[in-house]
Design a protein around this ligand. Structure first.
Ligand code: IMP
Ligand code: MG
Length: 175
């Protein structure tokens, strides 16, 4: 059991279980991109560890890039996503958007609305985790590692108020 800020978390997925899943995803993607050189585009910050391991397990040529959402607090303090940096260099490329987790899908909608304004050759979506009970969008998710219950998780890039990203395994909020 671990404590981050005020909350306690219990083990959910081992390092080994994560790596097995990441390797499977990398090989699945490779089958679909035989004659292409995909660009893995990591959505910062949460996806950085998954992105790194996904690329290490990818058995072919590939490139990497990153994007970051910028949210403005504004007067209504909604923290809504307004713009994304780092998309200019992707024109003509086959990109795979790499997310840590897809929850409601709101973040994904914002990302795609911007990606669709670029001249990428193609795009697909990969996420290590998805919470199907919460996901409410029509967007097809191409590569999903694990479907998990609607419980808050940390570790392996995922944080609780900034902490927990460095944990090599996944923990879930204690019930
Ligand atoms: P969405 O916009 O609701 O799909 O949420 C996506 C983002 O919320 C993810 O990229 C994470 O940064 C964060 N998030 C969602 N669920 C969790 C969780 O269980 N643990 C940590 N972060 C989460
Ligand atoms: Mg994220």
């Amino acid at each position: 059991m671990i404590k981050l800020h005020d909350l306690e978390f219990e083990p959910f997925l081992s390092e080994e279980a994560i790596q097995t899943e990441v390797k499977r995803l990398a090989e699945t993607i490779f089958e679909d991109y035989q004659n292409k050189k995909p660009v893995f585009v990591g959505v910062l910050n949460g996806a950085f560890m998954f992105l790194s391991d996904l690329m290490k397990h990818y058995p072919g040529d590939c490139e990497v890039s990153f994007m970051r959402l910028q949210s403005y607090e504004g007067t209504e303090s909604t923290g809504k996503v307004k713009s994304i940096y780092g998309l200019e260099e992707l024109n003509g490329k086959d990109i795979i958007l790499v997310e840590d987790i897809i929850d409601t899908g709101n973040t994904l909608v914002e990302i795609l609305s911007q990606v669709q304004q670029t001249k990428v050759n193609s795009y697909k979506i990969a996420s290590l985790f998805q919470k199907p009970d919460v996901y409410s969008k029509d967007i097809q998710l191409d590569y999903i590692g694990l479907e998990i219950p609607n419980r808050f998780i940390v570790g392996y890039g995922l944080d609780y108020n900034g902490l927990g990203r460095n944990l090599p395994e996944i923990y879930q909020l204690k019930a």
